[in-house]
Design a protein around this ligand. Sequence first.
Ligand code: PLP
Length: 399
Amino acid sequence: ARRVSTRIAAITPSATLAVDAKAGELKARGRPVIGFGAGQPDFPTPDYILAAAEDAVHQRVNHGYTAAAGLPELREAIATKTERDSGVEIEPSQVLVTNGGKQAVYSAMATLCDPGDEVLLPAPYWTTYPESIKLAGGVPVQVTADESTGYRVTVEQLEAARTERTKALLFNSPSNPTGAVYPREEVEAIGRWALEHGIWVITDEIYEHLVYDGARAHSISAVVPELADTTLVLNGVAKTYSMTGWRVGWIAGPQDVIKAAASYQSHLCGNVANVSQRAALAAVAGPLDAVAEMRTAFDTRRRKIVELLGRIPGVDCPTPQGAFYAYPSVKALLGKPLRGSTPTNTVELADLLLEHAEVAVVPGEAFGTRGYFRFSYALAEEDLAEGVRRVGELLSEIN
Ligand code: PLP
């Protein structure tokens, strides 16, 4: 008999974590690996947030459970922040505090999907999405966009993938892994289409503040207000405040769905760590100065990496407008000999880069599209330049 359930055995392990682990192993053995795998800002959590957490540790009330849906003060601050940043008015009762954006994704799926419900999944997608859809009993339906459209899907593509079983669209702008940011008119077109067909929108806005070149992250229910009753907004403090390890995210949506998701959460994990919620409260209720500084630093690196990657023959790197990732195509380099092997996919090519150039990148297969690499530019500029130099040197051996 099977020791592990079919459902859990079918999970593909997180490829981004796998790359990090492999790179970490080589580093531990003394190899000077440069890692472009990280999905987290390399800045420290701002001091005023740390101070709030320290205070919280010493207040006796914070040893206990909180309400399953989150601290009332935090839910209120998130409602206020949603109006400030997205222009959407919500009540605190429309917010569920989750263990990171990751749990927000999973809980949203679990709360909306019945077995067999289809979720339209624009690709390249964040690697956690298909797994969380499947775990929740849903069926991911991939809709792929490539560099020719800046990795943005069109309404025509979505419409072609729609069936009677289509329950929801998973929308992510700015995108991990491509850095694509949908302009307002495209958000509106997609929103109108979803509204017309009664399709829920699950919109992951975790990179909302990391946008460049004057791009703006438009919250879909701000653009199409009638969608509010069938939209779940996913967000969190990880990327905006450099708080990945604190594990605080949230879902904002219609009251009935949030209530159901909170009831699920009450059995799943009880609540998010009390002290982490206090820290998140300081973050969400506070200013956006720290993220403005990070954005400036990321922007400099973004320009640098796009420029450097663009000089490597066979590498085609559209300019990302958000998040902290570049997603070049390396399709032109596949199927050609390199150091004794002939990589036909980007998993193999990424392995060669790690082995011979001591550079870790995440292969496009992790995001549903072969022929690409994801480079996170959340690393020091010198390392970034040296890493891309090594990539260029090795890849120039092809042909
Ligand atoms: N959504 C996207 C698109 C992400 O890239 C991530 C993190 O990598 C998350 C959500 C979740 O972040 P966390 O669980 O750390 O809050």
